[in-house]
Write a protein that binds this ligand. Structure first.
Ligand SMILES: C[S@@+](CC[C@H](N)C(=O)[O-])C[C@H]1O[C@@H](n2cnc3c(N)ncnc32)[C@H](O)[C@@H]1O
Length: 240
């Protein structure tokens, strides 16, 4: 695979702080009825482990399988686990793509935050089928609708800033349509000391957007019923 997260990994957690604050209470609520006795929870596209730790904190008894193909993102995730023995004992990190590895069966839940749009429209039916097949009867899938929910241009904007020590970090994003089904997010990360630009990094992500209605219809085809939608965060909960 092309590792389009290699450059982003350095900045990912700093830039994600507002996102994590918004998602945390909603994810916790959507997972509140998960029966952790039934089986593990799989986190698809675990990234640096922000979503994995949110799952771990929402479900203190759950065993978790984190699926993450990008080595740079996994490095941050494994570093996080190395520092937290309690998490390391119950989180397994699979170094592969979601469709490229045998998954645990009888999962109590499957979580997919910030990742469904990475699968193209021809592949997504296999993704939904794999989610449904991994879930125990009555298990829940929590999937994030990524913005925008359709193919549209987004002008360049500074979506967040953060400080660490003496330096200031800025994350910029812009979306450019590619065709009727997909767009490219162009990300720029800048590091400043005062007004001086010290570092500038560019990366791109090819994304196949889908809104809540489209994802709900796709999930239904795989036998998953939507039971919750949080408009503010775009988190959907499905039950098998
Ligand atoms: C925007 S990040 C989201 C990370 C994390 N879930 C979070 O909420 O912070 C998307 C992640 O999906 C991963 N990803 C891309 N293609 C994937 C695939 N085929 N299977 C599993 N993960 C994938 C990327 O490597 C990246 O780490």
């Amino acid at each position: 695979m092309t590792d389009d997260y290699a450059a982003a990994a350095e900045f990912y957690d700093l830039m994600a702080t507002p996102y994590v604050a918004a998602v945390e209470p909603v994810l916790s609520r959507l997972l509140s009825e998960v029966d952790t006795i039934a089986g593990p929870v799989t986190d698809i596209g675990a990234g640096t482990g922000l979503s994995t730790v949110l799952v771990a904190e929402a479900l203190p008894d759950a065993r978790i399988v984190a699926v993450e193909p990008a080595a740079a993102m996994r490095a941050v995730l494994l570093s996080r686990l190395a520092a937290r023995r309690d998490l390391r004992e119950r989180i397994t990190v699979l170094p592969s793509g979601f469709l490229g590895t045998p998954l645990p069966q009888q999962c109590a839940a499957v979580v997919a935050l910030g990742v469904i749009g990475h699968f193209d429209t021809a592949t997504r039916p296999r993704v939904w089928a794999a989610i449904a097949a991994a879930l125990a009867a009555g298990g829940d899938a929590v999937v994030e609708v990524q913005r925008p929910g359709g193919v549209e241009a987004s002008p360049e904007r500074r979506y967040t800033t953060a400080r660490a020590g003496d330096l200031r970090y800025e994350g910029w994003s812009r979306a450019d349509p590619v065709d009727a089904e997909s767009l490219i997010w162009r990300m720029t990360y800048r590091t400043y000391r005062g007004e001086d630009l010290m570092q500038e990094v560019h990366t791109e992500h090819h994304v196949w957007p889908a809104d809540a209605d489209r994802l709900t219809a796709e999930a239904r085809t795989a036998g998953l019923r939507r039971v919750d939608l949080d408009e503010a965060t775009g988190l959907l909960r499905f039950t098998r």
